[in-house]
Design a protein around this ligand. Structure first.
Ligand code: FES
Length: 78
């Protein structure tokens, strides 16, 4: 495994797919390469049982509903 410092768990269950998790994963990977210099490892997960509020992300202790790169940046940059 690489030298990742933090993990970002993104649900790729069917409802989160409909809610745009693929775009979110692409955005996160791009931001990890550029702005965040390899800080994150993106982990795809199965359904986390918050299907109506996708895309669902878990980052550190936070459950992030309707996640977007913009909403996650607020946590990443804290
Ligand atoms: S499909 Fe993502 S939480 Fe259920």
């Amino acid at each position: 495994m690489g030298e990742y410092r933090e993990f970002v768990f993104v649900c790729t269950g069917s409802d989160c797919k409909s809610a745009g998790c693929k775009k979110l994963i692409g955005d996160l990977k791009e931001a990890t390469k550029s702005t965040y210099k390899g800080r994150f490892k993106i982990i795809k997960t199965k359904c986390m049982d918050f299907c109506k509020t996708g895309p669902m992300v878990i980052y550190k202790e936070e459950v992030v509903k309707k996640a977007s790169l913009a909403s996650l940046r607020e946590l990443f940059d804290k």
